[in-house]
Ligand binder design. Structure first.
Ligand SMILES: Cc1cc2nc3c(=O)[nH]c(=O)nc-3n(C[C@H](O)[C@H](O)[C@H](O)COP(=O)(O)OP(=O)(O)OC[C@H]3O[C@@H](n4cnc5c(N)ncnc54)[C@H](O)[C@@H]3O)c2cc1C
Length: 461
């Protein structure tokens, strides 16, 4: 195998972004992906006539992140249907309402807080890594309605429940970006080419610029000698369960791992890292710090939605399970993801990560959660197809509580190994999701190259 400049482990959003940018910059790059599918946690897969987006619902880039990455590597990320309002289930009245009706904050107070955020540079927000959002907001307003509104968004985006658990810095980064670029608190859209199309485009950008993507090729281990990266040993299916592989080696001067904290130490030898650094990874990988949920795909022949088919609807307490959650009509966003005339509804109910291996609890919750959905959307009583899924391993992300974000996460550059980088939104980065993973890829590429890329990108880290 020919030696490459950079071996990238993982063909999800972070890996394909990093590889496409590096290939565009003239570096010889190989992406090694264990799965036969592109997209990692964000992949879309066919299932009995449906296209299930396993970890890509809506994309939260108001323009300066993955959208600009696409432009830079010669592709186009078209923003499809936008979810701009947000129906909220009113548990007391047992009906849907708009988020706008729900929060009665004074408009001038809201504007004052938005202005304060606009005037605060991103770097200053880094100082808030260990404090709750409410503390930052209280400096600028005492209007509880305005505070409630932003805290409600934290529940939905970061899946943190209590006010003291909403990280100031991670929430404010995202809010500031959306207000500056899209003039709204939260902007999210369906990628017009579909989630599979999105990852295929990034893959094609890698190949068109001379790189390669090896699917179905697990990385067995990163090879490090005397504190310097030498390459990656590639795995294959084992004949014996305990077979010791004499694997093929892809030589590389640099390895960018995009494995999340939950799986990275299976491939990067812990003994090569300082104990405090590996300890940071292990700490963040704990079950109770994962954002986990029980998920349901339900199909109906009649259209089902809350107030508008193209909105993502949410609730803090479902009627019976009491789980907070979300639901949206995926086929209204993109009719090609379901057979003609069929509605595909996608829903999730957030569970504590610490309960995600408790099977009886999960079974009970799945039953109650499905009943809840049928209460909130009576049309779902006619559903004729369903698929349940558990989001835990991998999970949505690492929870963004104070002191678990920003500088409290392991740095993307291994402290003591030359040529080893970690591009992942579970390492030092901001927020969760495909756009944030792409920005993590961009951050690492710029660090590796030693310069900023001139692509009109917004914040990276
Ligand atoms: C159910 C769910 C719903 C989500 N919804 C949304 C959403 O609506 N919007 C949004 O923006 N984000 C969403 N996310 C989050 C989003 O999917 C992730 O933030 C993003 O995909 C992370 O990308 P990544 O490249 O950093 O990591 P990953 O996608 O985890 O990529 C890591 C890759 O490494 C591969 N790999 C693992 N082990 C090996 C090995 N040994 N050798 C080689 N390759 C290996 C994996 O197969 C994977 O492809 C969701 C996630 C989940 C789980």
């Amino acid at each position: 195998m020919a030696k490459v400049d950079v071996a990238v482990i993982g063909a999800g959003a972070a890996g394909l972004t990093a590889a496409a940018l590096l290939a565009k910059e003239g570096r010889k790059v190989s992406v090694i992906e264990a799965s036969r599918w592109l997209g990692g946690r964000g992949m879309a897969v066919p299932d009995e006539g449906f296209k299930l987006s396993l970890g890509g619902h809506l994309l939260e880039d108001s323009g300066s992140g993955i959208t600009k990455v696409f432009d830079y590597v010669g592709k186009k990320l078209e923003h499809g249907n936008v979810s701009s309002d947000m129906p909220v289930w009113d548990d007391e009245r047992q009906r849907w309402g708009s988020i706008r009706d729900r929060y009665s904050g004074d408009k001038s107070e809201l504007k004052k807080v938005i202005r304060a955020l606009a005037e605060t540079p991103y770097e200053e927000l880094d100082l808030w890594d260990d404090r709750p959002l409410r503390e930052w907001m209280r400096q600028h307003t005492s209007d509880q309605g305005v505070i409630d509104l932003w805290e409600f968004l934290s529940v939905l985006e970061c899946m943190t429940d209590d006010w003291y658990d909403h990280s100031a810095s991670d929430n404010l980064y995202v809010r500031k970006m959306h207000y500056a670029e899209a003039r709204m608190a939260g902007y999210s859209f369906w990628p017009k080419q579909g989630w599979d199309g999105l990852f295929q485009d990034l893959h094609d950008a890698v190949v068109e610029h001379g790189g390669e993507v090896l699917l179905g090729t697990p990385a067995e281990t990163v090879i490090i000698e005397d504190g310097v990266v030498k390459g990656v040993m590639l795995g294959r299916d084992k004949v014996l369960p305990n077979e010791f592989l004499e694997g093929e080696v892809l030589e590389a001067d640099c390895v960018i791992s995009t494995l999340p904290v939950w799986s990275v130490l299976r491939v990067v030898p812990e003994s090569a890292l300082p104990d405090w650094y590996a300890g940071q990874i292990r700490f963040l990988a704990q079950d109770h710090l994962r954002i986990s949920w029980i998920g349901l795909y339900l199909a109906t022949r009649e259209e089902v939605h809350a107030l508008d088919p193209r909105e993502i609807s949410t609730w803090l307490h479902a009627p019976s399970s009491r789980l907070s959650g979300f639901c949206f009509n995926q086929s209204a966003m993109d009719p090609s993801t379901a057979p003609e005339g069929v509605n595909l509804m996608v829903a999730g109910g957030i569970i504590p990560g610490a309960r995600a291996r408790d099977l009886p609890y999960l079974q009970r919750m799945f039953e109650r959660f499905e009943d809840d959905l049928k209460t909130m959307y009576p049309g779902l009583r006619q559903s004729y197809w369903r698929r349940r899924h558990l989001v835990h391993d991998p999970s949505f992300g690492v929870i963004q509580k104070p002191a678990l974000v920003g500088k409290f996460r392991p740095h993307w550059r291994a402290p003591n190994v030359e040529g080893l980088y970690f591009a992942s939104e579970t390492f030092r980065s901001r927020g969760i999701g495909v756009d944030r993973a792409a920005r993590a890829g961009l951050t690492v590429v710029e660090d590796y190259l030693g310069r900023r890329l001139d692509g009109g990108f917004g914040w990276r880290y």
